[in-house]
Design a protein. Structure first.
Length: 69
């Protein structure tokens, strides 16, 4: 049985998301419209997955910030 993998840190997820956003900016440079569309679709899917992972890594909204109220 494989050992459970550690979840990536929030900082690592944010860095990877920023890298994907930079790559998305360069997609339009591809002259082939089919390749451009395929690259954009793959990068957007990866971005969606990272954003979901970031949302999962955020603490619950009710667990912080209410102590001051």
């Amino acid at each position: 049985m494989a050992a459970p993998e550690h979840a990536p840190s929030r900082t690592a997820l944010l860095a990877e998301l920023a890298a994907i956003e930079r790559r998305l900016e360069g997609v339009d440079e591809d002259e082939n419209p089919l390749e451009r569309s395929l690259k954009r679709e793959r990068l957007l899917e990866a971005s969606d997955q990272l954003q979901a992972a970031l949302a999962d890594s955020e603490p619950a909204a009710g667990s912080q910030g209410n102590a001051a109220n």
